[in-house]
Design a protein around this ligand. Sequence first.
Ligand code: AMP
Length: 375
Amino acid sequence: MTPISHNIGILGAGQLGRMLAMAGYPLGQRFGFYGDAPDAPAARLGHLFAHDQVDTLDRLTAWADVITYESENTDLAQIQAIEAAGVPVYPGAASLYNSQHRGREKALFNELGIPTAPWRVVTSLAELRQAVADIGVPSILKTTTEGYDGKGQFRLNAISDVDVAWRAVGEREAILEGFVTFKRELSMVAVRGREGEMAFYPLVENHHHEGILRLTLAPAEGISPDVRQAAQRYVRDLMGRLNHVGVLTLELFETEKGLVANEMAPRVHNSGHWTMEGALTSQFENHIRAITGLPLGSTQPVTPWCAMINIIGDTGPVAEVLRLSGVHLHLYDKAPRAGRKLGHINVVARSRTERNKLLQALQGFVPDGLIGKIA
Ligand code: AMP
């Protein structure tokens, strides 16, 4: 019998670590975090294995029954060292290695028959010139590593933008992608257990502003069975190929010709935060279940009218949110700063009309006009 309680080590102590721990405590799990700031969102939720001592990772590894991580920017060498020490670390090195480099990620997508924009990795201005000649404009140049929330990206509208684009990404290895004309942005969060069992959350619809996710509608409306099956097939093949354990998220563009994959994340995802109250089992609980070898929980939404709004930069009149019924506030205990994710608001409504009313009541949290387009 698998023991139920585990010492779970999390590399990182941000909001994802915080929400993983909050989901794991009711299941009797214990948490320790490998982090650097005593005031990080998760730092007070378990033992903090502070970065500043040389043997900290060893001490975390000695304490933990299983280790996971919050970010695809986690150092691969750390994951390999933990694996070599014989402590299970999930997702494994293959998941991390393939998702922390946009070129490797796209190559894997294509190998598995998952459609992408045309793309080319470039390491010099001359290579970029050639890639732009081949792929054309408009196109997007992105750093191959460490880009998130639209950072490290430049849109080329003309061939003459090549020099400025190359400077904009810091004259370093980058990927040029053809610009995808999409109807909307979707994502699928899914989970795979230690024995290879899988569960899929429904596709959701995501709205970004300046590269940052602001609003998720869950489940996405108007998804045909073909589109749903295609997305599940892509995620199933990815998780199977990577022998992935835990949650994985695939971001997709919905186009006239079907789905085009953008990127994957080997972790719980902002577009899955709605599952905290909106699904029978949250993405956080399912990640904990998966990495500890416990049975996966149902990914079914509790209603077809869920939504999630990010609180970015400052919290605004946040206490007012608590007056609304069907609305759930989550704050990460972070100091306000422009562009920073400070929390989110989940909406669980009984009808489209009710959801739209709640979104309208919350429109102060979203950039101008976004709610008007939807609700
Ligand atoms: P990413 O960091 O790759 O998720 O990109 C951030 C945002 O830029 C995406 O959510 C899209 O809105 C947009 N974007 C990224 N890549 C493309 C592309 N190839 N074509 C069109 N839009 C894109």
